[in-house]
Every structure is written in structure tokens, then in C-alpha cells.
Write a protein that binds this ligand. Sequence first.
Ligand SMILES: *[C@@H]1O[C@H](CO)[C@@H](O)[C@H](O)[C@H]1NC(C)=O
Ligand SMILES: *[C@@H]1O[C@H](CO)[C@@H](O)[C@H](O)[C@H]1NC(C)=O
Ligand SMILES: *[C@@H]1O[C@H](CO)[C@@H](O)[C@H](O)[C@H]1NC(C)=O
Ligand SMILES: *[C@@H]1O[C@H](CO)[C@@H](O)[C@H](O)[C@H]1NC(C)=O
Ligand SMILES: *[C@@H]1O[C@H](CO)[C@@H](O)[C@H](O)[C@H]1NC(C)=O
Ligand SMILES: *[C@@H]1O[C@H](CO)[C@@H](O)[C@H](O)[C@H]1NC(C)=O
Ligand SMILES: *[C@@H]1O[C@H](CO)[C@@H](O)[C@H](O)[C@H]1NC(C)=O
Ligand SMILES: [Zn+2]
Ligand SMILES: [Zn+2]
Length: 384
Amino acid sequence: MFVPIIALAGLATACGDHHLPVRGEVYSQSRVEKQEYLQVPLTPPHRPIVWGDFNVIHTTDTHGWLLGHPKNSFPEPNFSGDLGDFASFVTHMKYIAKQKGVDLLLIDSGDLHDGSGLSDGYAPGAIDAHESNKFVERLPYDVMAIGNHELYVYADTYDMYQSFIPHFEGRYLTSNVNITIFDSDGKAVSVPVGSRYAKFTTAMGRRVTSLGVLFNFTGNVHNTTVQPVAEMIEESWFVEAIAEEPDVFVLAGHMPVSNDSWPVVFNAIHAPTAVQKWAGHTHIRDCQQYDSRSMAMESGRYMETIGWMSANLDAGKGNANDIEFSRRYLDQNRVTYQYHTRASNSTFDTRYGRSITEGLQDLAEQYNLSYQYGVSPRDYTMTR
Ligand SMILES: *[C@@H]1O[C@H](CO)[C@@H](O)[C@H](O)[C@H]1NC(C)=O
Ligand SMILES: *[C@@H]1O[C@H](CO)[C@@H](O)[C@H](O)[C@H]1NC(C)=O
Ligand SMILES: *[C@@H]1O[C@H](CO)[C@@H](O)[C@H](O)[C@H]1NC(C)=O
Ligand SMILES: *[C@@H]1O[C@H](CO)[C@@H](O)[C@H](O)[C@H]1NC(C)=O
Ligand SMILES: *[C@@H]1O[C@H](CO)[C@@H](O)[C@H](O)[C@H]1NC(C)=O
Ligand SMILES: *[C@@H]1O[C@H](CO)[C@@H](O)[C@H](O)[C@H]1NC(C)=O
Ligand SMILES: *[C@@H]1O[C@H](CO)[C@@H](O)[C@H](O)[C@H]1NC(C)=O
Ligand SMILES: [Zn+2]
Ligand SMILES: [Zn+2]
């Protein structure tokens, strides 16, 4: 997606509600006010999520929308949670996973930059998403993949390389994306922005191999390199990385589940091992099953959707059996979060989550995001 489209789509809201709150009102509400005075009641989800022995929570294409969508016009209330609420949700879910004795991973498929005031409202001379990413790095992500929006401005990519990626200790993956930097001798060298792959063992002892692949993107800024996916699979590091068969391949990638290079990666691996693919970029909820032991899922955009997928890997052991997957697209709001964690308003929030929400609200204030330029008498939508 291109920058202007995202900026416009971010402004577009739903038709129908002529009583739009102004941004100032919304952003200056304290956490407690927002909880108690949410104007629009939301229906809880229809049914609980299905847990397996291997479970993943997924975000993608958040583009800085870390305070969610605070207006009253539908469907914004459905997406009215924020990153602090999400952090509390993840904490509760991790606890539930531990009680059940199952794995739960947290994955993101890229595009952290460009699209909201929290990422783009920085003062002249500062760097896009440098501040908002400080909140993202507080979430316990197991795997993250780079998106094309990390590659439009060299300073953004370099900032990721220098200050953001080190927090993920080898789990921020850029399998086919390099950055050119000066080494200690002042020589220009091309190096992977993050790590090319990661191998790790889960809490329940499952061996995971992960990649973070970007589609054949060609609009990247000078001094960054995107290698075509078809060339990446010929690299000796790639061949070595996939040679050892893990219990499950967890492939993160900034490319859509359909009509892109996923088949290239998937066919290169062609192991009978279980494969999960976590996709992004086209900003839609989508899913595609490549064979009976794999599943690819894409979880929307802008902190609207949280993806959920579980698999029963133990039952599918032996590499000949089909694997049972279950998936769900969760609306990003507190009602959803509380429903799935059986928490109430008084038990849901964690101190950690609240501190993230408050930090983001402070950032919104610092960036003057509540300044009212005018009031639109109605909503204008682009694509709904
Ligand atoms: C919890 O808070 C929401 C607002 O976020 C409110 O609509 C709901 O009634 C509250 N639930 C209870 C049980 O108090
Ligand atoms: C928003 O949530 C309501 C239930 O509260 C549901 O009926 C509706 O389909 C949802 N809309 C979107 C766009 O997700
Ligand atoms: C990026 O490219 C320009 C032009 O080729 C070069 O002058 C500059 O030193 C490069 N920057 C880095 C960090 O390599
Ligand atoms: C990426 O960096 C590695 C390590 O420096 C280098 O070997 C490789 O050739 C680079 N790849 C591309 C496509 O520039
Ligand atoms: C894109 O993918 C969908 C779903 O797999 C498929 O039905 C469609 O034919 C594909 N379109 C193109 C142009 O390849
Ligand atoms: C990606 O690039 C490679 C090599 O340039 C090409 O063979 C392939 O068809 C491209 N794939 C897509 C999905 O555009
Ligand atoms: C916020 O931005 C507006 C518009 O640029 C400006 O008039 C106002 O003084 C700013 N307020 C603060 C507190 O910076
Ligand atoms: Zn995106
Ligand atoms: Zn993208």
C-alpha cells in the first residue's frame, strides 16, 4: 500500500453518525473515563476461541494506530481497544496457555510506520515511529517481520536497525532485506536489517524455525536492498536454515496469503513438517490453506483485527496426518479481550498494560494530536 492511500484511509470513518466526537475530546479522556463512558455498547463475540496445543496471536500493518479507533461511528467502536489493552490481553492469554500446558506465540508481519499521528506526528528533525515503536517493543513478540513501510526513508530503517530491533534478540526477521551502513572502518557494508531466520524452542519444548520474508518490493530507498524471493530461496543460508526439520515452521512475511511469493517459499521448504504462515500488506482478513498440514492467515490492518490460529500438532505428529487448525479474526476491543480471557472491567487491566496506554496518551498530547482543525458534518468513506 502506498503512503497517501493509507493516510486517507485512516481519515475515513463510517457513515451514519452525525455526532462525531472531536479528536481533542477523545484523546484527552483518561483511561478510566474511556472504560466507563464508551458511548457505543458492543456485542460480545459469538463463541469462544478454540485452543490447540500450539497457538498464535497475530498483528499486522498496525501503521501506528496504537491507540485504536476512538470515534463513535460504526465500525470504529469495534476497534476501540489500544495497545495497552492488547498487552493486558496477551498477559492473560499467556497465563491461560500456561494453565493449559500449551504454547502461545505472538507474531507481527510488519508495517509499523506511516498512517497515524502517533507514528507520523513527530517534530521536525525527529524520526517516524521512533517514539511509538518504544511501546511496540514492550510487547513480548516472539517473531516480527519487516514491512515495506519500514523501507521508504533511510533514517527510519536505520532507526529500526539501531534502536528497535536489538530488543527482539534475533527474532526480528528480515530474510531478504538488507541495509547499507558504515562499518567501524568507515566502509559501506550491506547487512541484514534484522536476522535472516530464527530457530528457537517454545515453552513446551517445540522446535520452531522462522523466516521473515518481504514481497518483491522495488520502491525501497537507496542504501536498502530487497532481494527477490525467488533468489532468496537459492541462498546457502536459506538452504541450511531449512535443512533441519523442526516441529513446526512459523513463517512470518509481509506479503498477502494469495497471489504473491508465499508458494515460492512454501515449495522451497516442501517438508512434510507443519507450517504456519503469517501474512500481511494487503490490509485484509484472509486465509488460505496450501495443504492439509499448513495454513496461511492475514489479520487485517490498523489495530482493527487481532488474528488467532491454533493447531493440534501432537495429534498431527508423524508427518502423514492432517493437522487440525482453528482460526478467528478478533475485533480489537476490550469486550472481545475480556470475553476470551473471562475477565471483567475490574480484573482485566494489568499495570503494565495501563502504563502503555498512558504512555501513548502522553505521546498524543506531546504531538498535539487533539488539536481541532474543524468538524466534518458527516463521515466520508473510501472502501467499505
Ligand atoms: C465495562 O465497561 C464497559 C465500557 O468499556 C461498559 O460498557 C460495561 O457496561 C462495563 N461492564 C460492566 C459489567 O460493568
Ligand atoms: C461490530 O460489532 C458488531 C457487534 O457489536 C457486529 O455486529 C458488527 O458486525 C461488527 N462490525 C464490524 C465491521 O466488524
Ligand atoms: C548511501 O548512498 C549514498 C550515495 O551512493 C552514499 O553517498 C552514502 O554514503 C550511502 N550511505 C551509507 C550509509 O552507506
Ligand atoms: C546482505 O548482507 C549479507 C551480509 O553482509 C551479504 O552477504 C548479502 O550479499 C547481502 N544481500 C544482498 C541482497 O545485498
Ligand atoms: C488470487 O488468489 C485467489 C485465491 O487463491 C485466486 O482465486 C485468484 O485466481 C488469484 N488471482 C490471480 C490474478 O492470480
Ligand atoms: C518476484 O521476482 C522474481 C525475480 O525477479 C520473479 O521471478 C517472480 O515472478 C516475482 N514474483 C512475484 C510474485 O512478483
Ligand atoms: C497545536 O497545533 C495547532 C495547529 O498547528 C497550534 O495552533 C497549537 O498552538 C498547537 N498547540 C500546542 C499546545 O502545541
Ligand atoms: Zn500496510
Ligand atoms: Zn505493506
